[in-house]
Design a protein around this ligand. Sequence first.
Ligand code: C2E
Ligand code: MG
Ligand code: MG
Ligand code: MG
Length: 279
Amino acid sequence: RAKATGGHRYEVFNEPLRRQTWDRLGLRAALRRAVGAGALTVAYQPIVRVGDGRLAAVEALARWHDPERGEVPAAEFIAAAEETGLIHELGMQVLEQACTQAAAWREAFGPATTPRVAVNVSTRQLLPADFASRVLAVLDRLGLPADVLELEMTESCAMEPGARAALEQLSAAGTTLAVDDFGTGYSSFAALRERTPQSFKLDRSFVARLPDDRPTDAIVSAVLALARHLGATVTAEGVETDEQLQRLRELGCPQVQGFLLGRPVPAARIERDWLGHPR
Ligand code: C2E
Ligand code: MG
Ligand code: MG
Ligand code: MG
């Protein structure tokens, strides 16, 4: 019986697989063209201080609108960029755009009103020996102080020996380092002892379970206390409801980010909604 239907099953089973492979190769080629053409854009999402509701920073998030595919999710094309090595060029383009934006805001609104800019970096980007000097050269060329820039990286970065030199060079220059998606990776207390980040971004899977889940509440409290003792700040990611914000406020979370406060938007929307009138 199995033999009789085998051929048919084989096709049914493999068509999606063949399609997937085809799509993946097509996506990579299209992404390579888009990066080559400088076609990626950057959206900015507000990071808000709980105390006074003001803008603390914006997170720069890469956006790719492909003519055939439409808006491609960042998780998808960032993974493809990491696999193909395109992430080095893509990452520098995002960094350049975000820093150029920060410089324009400082010019128009003044340094005190201009938010800090957080840029995501993949572990792989930190491995080439010239990463830190390339980043610092961009800041230098735009006349930006290094502390305008925050680099967000996952916990695995801290565990990667090859990233050490770059992280030390950048933090010595004054760039701040944030651990993204904190609580979901492989952080150990030993790693935090080695290098203390200035900022923790509490993963949104925790925020999603507030305010009713007891273990989550305990973990969030503990992360906030840990950060406080380390002299670091915390941004809770993925805040979507008033109840979540309320609980985070009670627990003493200093900063929040999420659809409740604002979605990732073009720079002009940040100006309109958060920066007010140019000076
Ligand atoms: P991330 O760094 O953790 O960024 C936060 C993600 O959560 C963003 O997704 C953002 O749109 C989404 N988000 C924000 N608030 C909420 C909320 O309230 N609810 C929900 N459900 N989601 C929320 P996005 O833009 O699709 O990016 C996904 C991931 O792709 C980022 O996660 C980051 O790891 C990566 N990524 C994006 N841009 C870059 C980049 O320029 N370079 C690198 N290396 N990675 C990037
Ligand atoms: Mg991030
Ligand atoms: Mg995150
Ligand atoms: Mg992430």
